[in-house]
Design a protein around this ligand. Structure first.
Ligand SMILES: *[C@@H]1O[C@H](CO)[C@@H](O)[C@H](O)[C@H]1NC(C)=O
Ligand SMILES: *[C@@H]1O[C@H](CO)[C@@H](O)[C@H](O)[C@H]1NC(C)=O
Ligand SMILES: *[C@@H]1O[C@H](CO)[C@@H](O)[C@H](O)[C@H]1NC(C)=O
Length: 446
């Protein structure tokens, strides 16, 4: 019934609109067979290394996709449609589809749904109140510099971080030394050989994670990146293919996958909507791959119940934003989620954050947003993983949460939790403290 309604809706558009309107329809094909069964099976097995586990996961998911997508792919090939088949979520993305092809796909019993692709947005940066700020206060506020100097401390060396964003200006003076050029970049839009950023957002967020010159939390880490967002908008196709690339990186051409090259964490400063589960299969595969997912919580505050997706998922670290005075940033999205869960999980500096900018190799910009908070938490995660790369997602989450600072500004209660009961729907478990979390890791207190 639902499938028929969808056909009717799409055909309706085709009939009612001039053909050039239909020509812009980009759709996603979802199959009845999901990926959970495969991931659960892989999770129950033992492997000698993480790379072997991810390689096996990929092979199993590819086999699943091959079986369930077989008929759909033959229709698409026959009609010479432009499409991308992905294994990470068992989906096919079709560009500029005709009503005839949609009908043929919907007639397949294995197809669960054909719908238009979503367009997601980076959490748009908010111009800073004051562009004269020079000190990278966020790095100091979370005591990252003190964490580097701890006996047994580190600055992220040995860890590989990643972001899915607008790309990175890889020649920037703060980022050029620790770009991992081997399996370090993928651009699903234009397949450029080297990282680029035509927006600035992705250079800024990567600078906060791993930039040198005092802007980054984990300047000793290596970084890799995927361009999920062409400018400020991000297609569902590109975000999903970036999610797949993060799980098992390929060369910039898209070929020669090597799952041993997967990063240790992925920082995501993008999102939209609420209670929206469209990215869940990618997130689940990251967990099986042992990649820690962090998401900005959104800039939809100060109202309660404004946490954005996918940061509102229970199995990602959702990061809210704080000011240099350790208050909540007014724009920072608050919990609870539409399902009644606590969010954010933690908070980090996000107002007036200075970091690398895309306009030149020596450019900097000071901007605000939960987009700027998430990379602080990603950098702190890198410091913990540099101490012990076997830490699980749950252990990292506990370390960040249990060692967070809680002398924070007061704020209106959300979902029954005020700013002095912990955890709460304003700050989560508090504002992260990298020194305390790393100290606890060094002591094995997790
Ligand atoms: C979309 O497809 C139509 C034919 O079905 C073609 O004329 C048009 O150029 C295509 N548009 C794009 C952007 O590929
Ligand atoms: C901007 O920063 C300067 C230097 O810290 C300070 O004196 C000034 O009051 C700030 N202005 C605003 C509008 O916050
Ligand atoms: C690293 O973490 C893993 C997972 O919790 C633990 O089993 C292992 O003992 C830790 N290694 C060290 C050297 O602390």
């Amino acid at each position: 019934m639902f499938r028929q309604l969808l056909v009717a809706a799409l055909v309706g558009v085709a009939l009612a609109a001039p053909s050039n309107k239909l020509a812009s329809k980009n759709i996603v094909v979802n199959f009845k067979q999901g990926t959970e069964e495969v991931l659960n099976r892989v999770d129950r097995m033992r492997f000698e290394s993480r790379g072997q586990k991810i390689t096996f996961m990929k092979a199993q998911l590819e086999a699943l996709a091959e079986t369930s997508q077989k008929n759909a792919l033959s229709i698409l090939n026959e009609k010479a449609a432009k499409f991308d088949s992905v294994w990470i979520s068992n989906q096919i993305f079709v560009e500029n589809v005709s009503a005839e092809v949609v009908e043929a796909l919907l007639a397949l019993p294995e197809v669960a749904e054909v719908r238009e692709q979503k367009i997601i947005f980076i959490e748009e940066p908010i111009p800073a109140d004051n562009n004269t700020i020079n000190a990278e206060w966020g790095v100091e506020k979370i005591e990252a510099d003190a964490a580097w100097a701890l006996p047994g401390g580190n600055n992220g060396q040995g860890v590989v971080v990643s972001n899915i964003d607008t790309g990175v200006r890889y020649t920037h003076q703060t980022l050029r030394a620790n770009y991992r050029s081997s399996y370090g970049w993928f651009d699903p839009y234009t397949s450029t050989a080297n990282p680029t950023d035509g927006n600035g957002h992705g250079t800024h967020t990567m600078g906060t994670i791993a930039g040198s010159n005092g802007i980054g939390v984990a300047p000793g880490a290596q970084w890799i990146a995927c361009r999920g967002c062409s400018t400020s908008s991000c297609t569902e196709n590109a975000l999903t293919r970036c999610g797949q690339w993060v799980a098992c990186p390929t060369l910039a051409s898209g070929g020669s996958p090597n799952c041993n090259q997967a990063p240790d964490l992925v920082s995501n400063s993008w999102g939209g909507g609420q209670g929206d589960t469209w990215y869940n299969s990618v997130i689940s595969a990251w967990h099986t791959a042992g990649i820690i997912p962090l998401f900005s919580q959104g800039n939809s505050g100060p109202a309660c119940g404004t946490a954005n997706s996918p940061g509102d998922a229970t199995n990602v670290l959702g990061v809210g934003s704080t000011t240099s005075a350790d208050g909540v940033s007014s724009f920072s999205s608050r919990g609870p989620t539409t399902r009644g869960n606590l969010k954010p999980d933690i908070s980090a500096p996000g107002t007036n954050v200075r970091s690398a900018w895309y306009t030149s190799d020596t450019a900097y910009n000071t901007i605000s947003g939960t987009s700027m908070a998430c990379p602080h938490a990603a950098g702190a995660t890198a410091l913990l993983l540099a101490k012990n790369r076997s830490l699980t997602y749950a252990q990292v989450k506990n370390l960040l949460q249990n060692n967070a600072d809680r002398s924070l500004g007061s704020a209106t209660a959300c979902g029954g939790t005020g700013s002095t009961t912990w955890p709460n729907n304003i700050y989560g478990y508090g504002r992260i403290n990298a020194r305390k979390a790393l100290q606890a890791t060094i002591l094995g207190a997790y």
